[in-house]
Design a protein around this ligand. Structure first.
Ligand code: ADP
Ligand code: MG
Length: 728
């Protein structure tokens, strides 16, 4: 038996922490050393070329071909100084990971020699074979041509000895096939809409950028144990496994010190991150045993998304060196907490102001309240889209499972801001005297900039205001943040445009600007009350209450995804020029297909493991029991035999019953899979996998986990929960 758990455990016992040294005395000496950022650009680009990249970043201007040639030349000179031989366009297809196609810099020339070449055309555009990426039917495979195009707003970097150029990925006919393209468009839409609203308060503001600070949760499992669990290796989660006698009840892991082997791993991947400019800063244990978290300093949203994608890759690669496997799956272990990726989100102006940070003056606070209340309104009007943006087969295990935010979207704002909104509601009147207006403005001038109950008190809310940002907590740990960020920025852009229209209409009727703003904000406060919730989001009472309030609650991915193709969101994305109907429908199909494939693979692995690992092991043990009973028969007779063999016979029966139950259920599940595989409609197929196939998983698991408790520990093939979660 190649991967028996005892052999694996022996290996684990001999492990020692890997020695990790800092590449320099101080982090500041090598931070971003492998990024073609401002410093490198100044050194390797002409003034003109540098200016054109900066203009592209700051104003979104186009870079012409001649300039691209110059920039490519500079990039080449930079990487040649670092011994880099290949380059790749680095992009984010809808499979959820990142994709690369490496090309060498050298070009053969006459006489069998070669020279290094890299021009503007290679920098700007590449044609990877797009047929292997999901496209939702946008391209037929016979014209499997998509291309990648340079995104100058995210700097190129060196990773694994390769120059990586962040790019978008679109079909030959121009439709987006990736996460980045709609994100960039949503960010652009938000910039425009928010800048216009800022003009009410500050004419100096010329641009608004979205900021994102993610928090990445993950589990670590020793490589040897991981390899002995085909389910982990194939699906990223354990499909069987009885919960250990001790779980996370004591929360001793959360408060404990970080084990040495893990600390070495963290040091190592953090250094790798710093070299490529990912500003990871905090690290700590999480609630579940063997669960950890890291978080960076927040950055501009597009860059933060790229950095999170890169981080996940760095974490996986570095883990191998430390004989760990990192589990980014949302729910690797049943019965212990899963992993999320909080998305801390805010907006910041070209004048350096955080728009979600309460200010010191009435004017800045009216601006704060404007963006704060508009966010509430945007989420209120599009709660279904927010839910869709975090839907995945993996995340279904978390949402609503009494540990993570429920599948119901609600917003926590804290008691002080609740009071501010209540005050506004009573004090703002349709027409206001100058005195009333002044009194009101002075009142909001007193919003404290430290909001005591917004630090982190309510962990159960999916969308919480945490003092100077909103925190979208329902995002899954393995997700690309761009999915959630595209939706949030798009609905916010749409909302701000709506707001401006309504305020301008009042102003056009002769209303004072501030009074107009106050009035529209109060209208929103009244309209959005049902989405605000300060209580325990995990409780059943909330589910009942939310239903009464008419909030949506989609428990499964196939249902949650419907929102993407509802008329409201089709029109919203199209009107903002983020995605047309075809692109959205294609994306919807891809997400459904991803879901189906995930469940399909899990179903297969469950079947294989049950039939090839679990049943044979149980039968071997049962045979031992049978032999034992036979032996007893020779020694005892009659009533005595009955007495001494009763428990063994009971166990033999129990095993038989469970083995038959497993066998029957696996067969039934396989039948349902066959039926589901014949369905051609994506939604119906995903629904069949969800309602007809997946329902067997728990039932089969229940029997298998019972067998784990009965069968001799020594012959059980799969590493047990206590071993994967508690061995250091
Ligand atoms: P927590 O208690 O949730 O761990 P932290 O104070 O550690 O909160 O911050 C969590 C995240 O919030 C970090 O990634 C940080 O960069 C991010 N963050 C802080 N301010 C902002 C902001 N203005 N915009 C976006 N993200 C922010
Ligand atoms: Mg947080």
């Amino acid at each position: 038996m190649a991967f028996h758990r005892f052999k694996a455990l022996e290996e684990v016992m001999t492990r020692t922490p890997v020695d990790v040294k800092l590449p320099a005395d101080k982090v500041s000496e090598f931070f971003g050393a492998n990024v073609f950022g401002k410093d490198a650009m100044r050194n390797f680009l002409s003034e003109e070329a540098y200016g054109s990249v900066m203009a592209a970043i700051e104003q979104g201007t186009k870079i012409d071909r001649k300039m691209a040639d110059q920039i490519a030349n500079g990039m080449k000179a930079w990487v040649m100084s670092k011994g880099v031989t290949h380059y790749t366009h680095w992009f984010q297809p809808l499979t959820g990971t990142t994709a690369e196609k490496h090309d060498a810099f050298f070009t053969p020339v006459e006489d069998g020699r070669a020279i290094e070449t890299f021009g503007g055309s290679q920098l700007v555009q590449q044609e990877p074979d797009a047929s292997s990426f999901p496209n939702g039917g946008i391209r037929n495979t016979f014209e499997a041509r998509g291309y990648t195009a340079w995104d100058p707003t995210s700097p190129a970097f060196i990773y694994s000895n390769t120059l990586c150029i962040p790019t978008i990925f679109v079909s030959y006919t121009g439709e987006s096939l990736d996460f980045k393209t709609p994100l960039l468009k949503a960010l652009n839409a938000l910039d425009k809409a928010a800048t216009e609203v800022c003009q009410y308060f500050d004419k100096e503001v010329t641009k608004v950028t979205t900021t994102l600070g993610w928090e990445q949760e993950y589990f670590l499992v020793d490589t040897a144990l991981y390899n002995a669990r085909p389910d982990l290796a194939m699906t990223g989660r354990t499909l069987f496994g009885h919960s250990p006698a001790k779980g996370q009840q004591l929360e001793d892991h959360y408060f404990g010190s970080i084990p040495d082997r893990v600390a070495a791993y963290m040091r190592d991947f953090e250094q790798e991150c710093w070299k490529v400019g990912i500003p990871v800063k905090t690290r700590h244990n999480e609630v579940a045993p063997n669960q950890f978290e890291c978080a960076p300093v927040f950055e501009e949203c597009n860059l933060a998304v790229d950095h999170n994608q890169l981080l996940m890759d760095v974490m996986e690669k570095t883990a191998i060196r430390h004989n760990f496997r990192v589990l980014l799956h949302e729910k690797p272990f049943a019965g212990v907490n899963g992993s999320g990726k909080h998305n801390n989100w805010s907006m910041s102006t070209s004048t350096g102001k955080n728009l979600l940070s309460p200010g010191k003056t009435p004017k800045t606070n009216l601006q704060f309240l404007t963006f704060f209340i508009n966010t509430i309104k945007a989420v209120h009007d599009n709660d279904d889209l927010m839910r869709a943006s975090i839907a995945s087969a993996n995340n279904d295990h978390r949402l609503g499972a009494n540990e993570a935010p429920p599948a119901i979207m609600s917003i926590f704002i804290g008691s002080q801001l609740t009071q501010v909104l209540a005050d506004l509601e009573t004090k703002v009147k349709g027409k206001m005297t100058p005195e009333e207006k002044t009194a009101l403005k002075l009142g909001i001038g007193k919003i404290p900039d430290i909001l005591l109950d917004n630090t982190d008190r309510n962990r159960t809310s999916p969308f919480a205001f945490t003092g100077n940002k909103f925190e979208f907590r329902a995002v899954g740990s393995s997700a690309n943040c761009a999915g959630a960020m595209t939706v949030l920025n798009a609905i916010m852009a749409n909302q701000l445009m709506q707001f401006k229209k309504e305020v301008d209409a009042l102003i056009a009727k002769g209303e004072d600007k501030d009074v107009a703003i106050f009035n529209i904000l109060v209208k929103y406060i009244k309209e959005t009350k049902r989405i605000l919730f300060e209580g325990n989001g995990y409780g059943d009472e909330w589910r009942a209450e939310a239903k009464k309030r008419g909030l949506s609650n989609f428990n499964t991915t196939p249902d949650a995804l419907d929102a993407y193709v509802g008329k409201k969101s089709l029109d919203l994305f199209e009107s903002l020029n983020i995605m047309n109907h075809r692109e959205q429908e294609a994306r919807h199909a891809i997400y459904l297909e991803n879901y189906t494939k995930k469940i399909q693979i899990e179903g297969r692995v469950i079947g294989d493991l049950a039939l090839n690992h679990i049943i044979p092991t149980a039968l071997k043990y049962q045979n031992m029991l049978i032999e034992n009973v036979e032996g007893l028969k020779h020694i005892f007779d009659g009533a005595d035999f009955k007495k001494v063999a009763a428990s063994q016979i009971e166990m033999i029966k129990d095993i038989s019953e469970r083995v038959s139950a497993i066998k029957v259920k696996v067969e039934e599940m396989t039948e349902e899979r066959k039926k589901a595989n014949n369905i051609t409609d994506h939604k119906k197929q995903a629904a069949a996998y969800c309602d007809k196939v997946k329902t067997y998983f728990e039932e089969i698991r229940y029997e298998v986990d019972k067998l784990e408790l009965i069968v001799d520990d020594e012959s059980w093939p799969l590493p047990k929960y206590r071993e994967m979660l508690f061995t250091k």
